[in-house]
Write a protein that binds this ligand. Structure first.
Ligand code: ADP
Ligand code: ASP
Ligand code: MG
Length: 464
């Protein structure tokens, strides 16, 4: 049994969808379970349109919906030949678009757009795409059934990036899907979305369909989880920004998690978790080039001589520094910083503390920075008043550049080589961190220098 997740590009247009049919068809012997994303770009349009709706820009809302409707209609007309089936698909899409318009109208009337409403709105992308894909597969002689993941994936109510309740979800997935597979029906499950115990729609975070793929694959005890995308696999760097990036044939779960956490957009960072627990290999494959073996992500250690495997960067971050003479040798300062940030739900991407203890800096998403600084100012109010701590400092528009590879462990000189490459590229390093696992070295640079730093490190380690 195999679980295949198809990303937005893979289900994004008529030729790609034909390829998806061919791929599913060629693996029927493996009893495929399919998870799919919204058509490429649709989630962005849905969310952008919500902004128009809350500003009561009705004409723009209607235009967006008309364009989405047309895009799906073209697919139905081209790929569902059986008339009744096509009519049924078009009818069900039409109802979905009416429902969506109602939601936008509601948002406009209330002039309020909560994260909860955004999740409800975003869910339409996957629902439209998967009803369509199930009809296309059936039309091509592959019995398939649309499955709304809100019936399977149980989450908490943390809208925008909900946490999965695995006990309930795993049980749901098995009891729903096993009978379908027994009947040789291919389930086509919406990625990205779930629901709370009282039935509210949630999402797993942007790009979360990868995660759904591995949640489903792990629950089913699939042999492998295949993530179909638009590149040949996980590469040594983001091919859009680095010249000479090459495909990595094999990486470990930890390397994949680390790379994706630090910005390798090809796979969602949470994807590895369910797979690790069950020891299921993940393969990244290209729908544009299906015969390419892709990248295998598994427990296995290095299969190449490479010490460093990947260089990534993540943008739109801020550095927040708490510093002052009164912090030296005082226990509990870091704890107070982290508790304050946790209270306002700010995720700390990286920390760095000089051994003098005079300064602790954290790197956080820039969108959360205002909230974080306010909370830290109130936490350290009395310390600031008695000058034990300086005012909280903030530097925006920084990036983390991360160098990742399991083979770095115990090998001297990696940090030296990294920093001299960056220096030669004339890039100033703002802060540094290396985890004791020695799986990665991360450095903070100004965002405008990030691509240059990544390219320089990529060249220095001969990853091309
Ligand atoms: P999908 O819609 O299939 O989920 P994504 O756009 O989310 O696809 O992810 C694939 C894209 O990730 C690639 O087109 C590539 O531009 C980008 N990318 C960023 N970093 C890497 C990397 N290290 N290896 C491969 N692709 C990467
Ligand atoms: N459609 C969702 C997004 O664009 C989820 C995904 O594609 O993985 O974020
Ligand atoms: Mg993706």
């Amino acid at each position: 049994m195999i679980t295949m997740k198809f990303g937005g590009t893979s289900v994004g247009d008529i030729p790609r969808l034909r390829e998806v049919v061919y791929i599913v068809q060629s693996h029927m012997a493996k009893q495929p379970v399919v998870v799919a994303s919204a058509m490429g770009g649709v989630t962005d349009v849905l969310l952008q349109t919500a902004q128009f709706a809350v500003q009561r820009e009705t004409a723009r809302v209607e235009l967006s919906i008309a364009a989405l409707k047309e895009r799906h209609l073209q697919v139905a007309n081209a790929l569902v030949r059986h008339e009744e089936r096509r009519e049924e698909l078009i009818r069900s899409h039409s109802l979905l678009f009416d429902e969506l318009l109602n939601l936008y109208n509601g948002v406009g009337l209330l002039k309020e757009l909560s994260v909860r409403s955004l999740d409800a709105i975003a869910s339409f992308g996957e629902i439209l795409s998967c009803t369509q894909l199930a009809a296309i597969l059936t039309d091509s002689g592959i019995p398939a059934q649309f499955i709304d993941a809100r019936m399977l994936v149980r989450t908490d109510a943390h809208f925008g990036e909900a946490a999965v309740d695995f006990a309930v979800t795993n049980e749901n997935v098995r009891s729903f899907l096993m009978p379908l597979l027994k009947a040789n029906v291919v389930p086509v499950i919406t990625g990205f979305i779930g629901s709370t115990h009282d039935g509210l729609t949630t999402t797993l975070g942007r790009s979360g369909s990868d995660y759904t793929g591995s949640i489903v694959g792990a629950a089913m005890g699939s042999e492998e989880i295949w993530i179909w995308t638009d590149v040949d696999g996980v590469m040594t760097a983001d091919p859009r920004h680095v010249t000479g990036a090459t495909v990595l044939p094999q990486i470990s779960y930890r390397e994949a998690a680390e790379m994706s956490y630090f910005g390798a957009k090809v796979i969602h960072p949470k994807t590895m978790m369910p797979a690790i627990d069950n020891g299921i290999p993940i393969r990244i494959k290209n729908t544009f080039n299906p015969s390419h073996p892709g990248t295998l992500i598994s427990r296995a250690a290095n299969s190449t001589e490479r010490v460093v495997k990947n260089v990534t960067s993540i943008d739109h971050l801020s550095l927040v520094a708490v510093e002052g003479n009164g912090m030296v040798g005082v226990p509990g300062v870091s704890a107070r910083i982290f508790s304050a940030l946790a209270r306002v739900r700010v995720n700390v991407m990286m920390i760095s503390q000089a051994s003098s203890e005079h300064n602790v800096c954290v790197i956080i998403p820039q969108k959360d920075c205002h909230r974080a600084v306010e909370e830290l100012r109130s936490e350290f109010e009395t310390d600031i008043a008695r000058k034990a701590v300086d005012d909280i400092k903030r530097q925006d528009d920084v990036s983390i550049v991360a160098v990742v590879g399991e083979g770095m462990r115990g090998v001297p000189g990696i940090a030296g080589k990294t920093f001299s490459a960056v220096a030669q590229a004339n890039v100033n390093v703002v802060a540094i961190a290396q985890g004791s696992s020695e799986l990665n070295i991360s450095l903070v640079v100004n965002q405008c220098d990030a691509n240059r730093a990544v390219q320089a490190i990529h060249d220095a380690f001969h990853l091309a």
